[in-house]
Design a binder for this molecule. Structure first.
Ligand SMILES: NC(=O)C1=CN([C@@H]2O[C@H](COP(=O)(O)OP(=O)(O)OC[C@H]3O[C@@H](n4cnc5c(N)ncnc54)[C@H](OP(=O)(O)O)[C@@H]3O)[C@@H](O)[C@H]2O)C=CC1
Ligand SMILES: O=C(O)[C@H](O)CS(=O)(=O)O
Length: 481
């Protein structure tokens, strides 16, 4: 599908070529076939990109919000016009079903659209002074050059969820996408180019994460690092950012509990839990990782859920009707296997699935798996699985299940299913998470402030909160006669 993409580094408005040997391979996770090679950028390319972003900052940051927003708006339209082709590229490099990939392209465009509009709304403040000889202002100003590091599980929307607000605020960007999924990032750069983004405002360096990351971390010109990925790498970036006291926006791992109360609409809740757990083959930071069902409906609910899981179609994401594609790589498959084995060794019962999907594709496919009779000592109950495994526990008392739900170092998303408004509000306020879904498991929306607490990260992406991350609030005190 692709020739060798040695020109996958975009700096100062130019596609840089690297020598033929300095490349890394991009694989199709469904077939393990080589898709193409992309440039293996490192320190030199990252430093050049940072310089380009620095040089572009004065002009870009002093354009009006409306001028910046018009370019973002154009980019969102170009993305939507090309959505089917972009979705196919996304599926080929990441593996998710085409329908999910198309959904991701649409929300990717929506982030650009939302921030095209927000670009004109970076409001400041006039503060009523208690001192007659002073006038007090707060003026929002872009932080400067931003380093953006993005994951493979949402290779398009995690990019626009970062560059949208950053560019709208007047920042310039150096982007380092995941090595598994650089093709969507390349397409987004081409869209920004066609939308008329000035040279150096947004730059792409594919390749060596450690080297590129070190350049972003050690170059004083980079004032903010925005990252989505594992908590481990997030902690590393926090440590390494200290030297220059860089601002951080971190969207890290999660371990979402789903709580189904006795009064829940069983069919609706089962459908939502299914979607939350098995979307992207369970490879999302907000997937349900633990399911707590009230004991009075546990048997009925588990039967309803299992029946729906049995209907799910596995296969290549390009195949019509496929709902579960491959895991991203062998490491991910090994992690899923280890979680299931650990749970069974500790007494869990496999209610459905439990093994790799036996098929003629070479990718790492796993059957959707439901584990019953789970206990809190099992890895699957406190480590992020990032795969299609659903451990179930029953509960009786409300306080008991809230305590269990909160018993984790993560704090990204939690979900509860009830038709009782009082309970919904009461429990939402007690759950220690950045995002709560009440009868809803798809909280990612351009206007919503998405982000975790505890070891799930810092900062918000989406909504006006997402743009605030990229703005300094300068206090101006004016003395008057
Ligand atoms: N919160 C979320 O949405 C996500 C959470 N995760 C969690 O992370 C686990 C591992 O997934 P994985 O893909 O390995 O996630 P990583 O955190 O390793 O990778 C995420 C991004 O960070 C980059 N990166 C990795 N190491 C460094 C470094 N030292 N300096 C700078 N950048 C770096 C990667 O580049 P490269 O690809 O070149 O290594 C990639 O672009 C998953 O199992 C899941 O638990 C993963 C993805 C998304
Ligand atoms: O990183 C993720 O898993 C995404 O944030 C999930 S979503 O926000 O796109 O649903």
């Amino acid at each position: 599908m692709f020739d060798k993409l040695t020109k996958s580094i975009f700096i100062n408005g130019e596609w840089k070529d690297v020598d033929d040997q300095k490349t890394e391979t991009v694989y199709n996770p469904a077939t393990l076939e080589t898709i193409t090679e992309v440039a293996l950028g490192a320190t030199a390319e990252a430093d050049e990109a940072i310089e380009a972003a620095s040089n572009a900052f004065p002009q870009w940051s002093t354009m009006t919000g409306r001028e910046r927003g018009s370019i973002l708006y154009k980019a969102s339209q170009l993305m939507l016009e090309d959505a089917d082709r972009l979705a196919k590229i996304l599926t080929i490099e990441q593996g998710k079903p085409l329908a999910e990939a198309l959904g991701e392209i649409k929300i990717s465009a929506n982030y650009l659209l939302w921030y095209a509009e927000e670009a004109s709304r970076a409001y400041g403040e006039v503060i009523p002074s208690s001192n007659k000889s002073k006038r007090l202002l707060v003026i929002p100003q872009p932080v400067g050059v931003v380093g953006a590091i993005t994951p493979w599980n949402f290779p398009s929307s995690m990019i626009t969820r970062k560059i949208g607000p950053a560019l709208a605020a007047g920042c310039t960007v150096v982007l380092k996408p995941a090595s598994e999924t650089p093709l969507s990032a390349i397409e987004i750069m081409k869209i920004m180019e066609r939308a008329g983004i000035p040279n150096g405002v947004v730059n792409l360096v594919t390749g060596d994460a450690q080297a590129i990351g070190q350049s972003l971390l050690t170059n004083k010109a980079v004032r903010l690092i925005t990252f989505t990925g594992s908590t481990g790498v997030g902690k590393y970036l926090m440590r390494e950012s200290a030297e220059h006291v860089k601002k951080l926006s971190l969207e890290l791992g999660g371990h979402a509990p789903s709580i189904v109360y006795a009064d829940a609409d069983i069919d609706k809740a089962a459908t939502l839990v299914l979607g939350s757990k098995f979307r992207n083959a369970g490879q999302t930071c907000i997937c349900t990782n633990r399911l707590y069902v009230h004991e009075s409906i546990a048997e009925e609910f588990t039967a309803a859920l299992t029946e729906k899981v049995k209907q799910m179609k596995l296969g290549s994401g390009l195949e019509d009707g496929v709902e579960i594609g491959p895991l991203i790589n062998e490491k991910a498959s090994e992690k899923v296997k280890s979680h299931i084995e650990d749970a069974v060794n500790r007494g869990a019962k496999i209610a459905y699935g439990g093994d790799a999907w036996d098929c003629d594709l070479d990718g790492y496919f796993y059957n959707p798996t439901i584990l019953a009779n789970t206990t809190d000592d099992m890895l699957v109950m406190h480590e992020e699985t990032f795969g299609p495994v659903l451990p179930i526990q029953t509960f009786n008392e409300e306080d008991e299940v809230i305590k269990k739900a909160n018993d984790t170092d993560y704090g990204l998303a939690a979900y509860l299913f009830t038709e009782n408004t009082n309970r919904a509000i009461r429990v939402s306020e007690q759950l220690e998470y950045g995002i709560i879904g009440i009868n809803d498991v798809y909280p990612a929306i351009a206007e919503g402030p998405f982000g975790g607490i505890k070891q799930s990260g810092v900062g918000k992406e989406g909504g006006h909160h997402g743009m605030d991350e990229f703005l300094e609030k300068k206090f101006v005190s004016i003395g008057i006669e």
